[in-house]
Design a protein around this ligand. Sequence first.
Ligand SMILES: [Zn+2]
Length: 374
Amino acid sequence: MENKPAVQPSGRFKLKYRGVDCLNCGHPLELSDKYCPNCSQANSTKKLTLFDFFEEFLANYFSYDSKLWKTLTALLLKPGKITREYINGKRLSYTNPFRFLLSLSIIYFLIISFNSEFESYNKFGSENKKPIFDLNEEFDKIEFENEEERQLALTQMDSLKINRFFKNQISDKDSTILKDPKSYFKEINTENLTRRFLGKIDFFNSIIKHDTIYYFEQGVTKFEIPENRENEMAFNLANSFVDIEKRPGTFVNSLISKLPFTTFFFLPFFSFFIWMVYIRKKYTYTDHLIFSFHNQSLLFILLIVSNLINSVFNISSEGVFILIFAIYLYKAMRNFYQQGRVKTVIKYFFLNTIFFILGIIAITILIAASVFTY
Ligand SMILES: [Zn+2]
């Protein structure tokens, strides 16, 4: 075998640039040290040229990159293996699970925010609803003998004010409220808390829809409403409901875009159940949490890929990717917890049921919080 010639250090790694102390951490260095053994900065006293600066940036990028690729391939091709290696101490080879999940949820958030596919649901909103029956349109269809007769019919119709009724589709409840808002409000104010609060939401709902009230203080002066927390809260809720009713798609979008970040509150709860199910295994709570972080990361990767496929080919591929994830999750549980098929299947279904129940609770909380802050 031929001896390869020793590679001469080049650029800023040349021997003449080597220092006796690390410029970053002050650790004493040998002439032979290419990198500081303490902090791994390059041992070079050479001033950075623009080229060096660029090279260092790329080197950093690629070293992260190789870590990233290692994480990605291990995660994608060997379910459960990455978690086992990580908790057994092979940590520097892989990206930190929390940071990895955070990055993916940000990417996923950006993608669904840009896609905003639910905006189209706004067409079901009240803003775009046509009245069931347009009297003017019907009126134009009638053939009159002469112009005088037409005018007469028109004034008769106007005096009945039915046109306004059809146009605004004012309900019975709304018209009771609108007839005398001040005394209506005083009346509901005497009810018990729940009925009073719901009544007030109804009241503000009608006022916002059919009057010109845009913020709480306007209502205070116009309808002599006492200025307190309860009334303001009822007003804000009614206002949110009107907005949601007008543009439901926009609301669903803002809801969905919050989902990626909800996982960070959700997974710590869920991991308690995994820990309970595998209580006899010698894993700590943190180990289970890392396992759920890894699987959630994979789910985000699949959803990101699915989203990209959807926008390129104009199809909806979520179902296929959820199915892939369901199979992956089983494999990951088998490989990570090393239990037999039957036990794994039982635990798999139990944990998925818990996941759905917790998911419904989380989404309910999210919707309630979103309505309050919308
Ligand atoms: Zn150093």
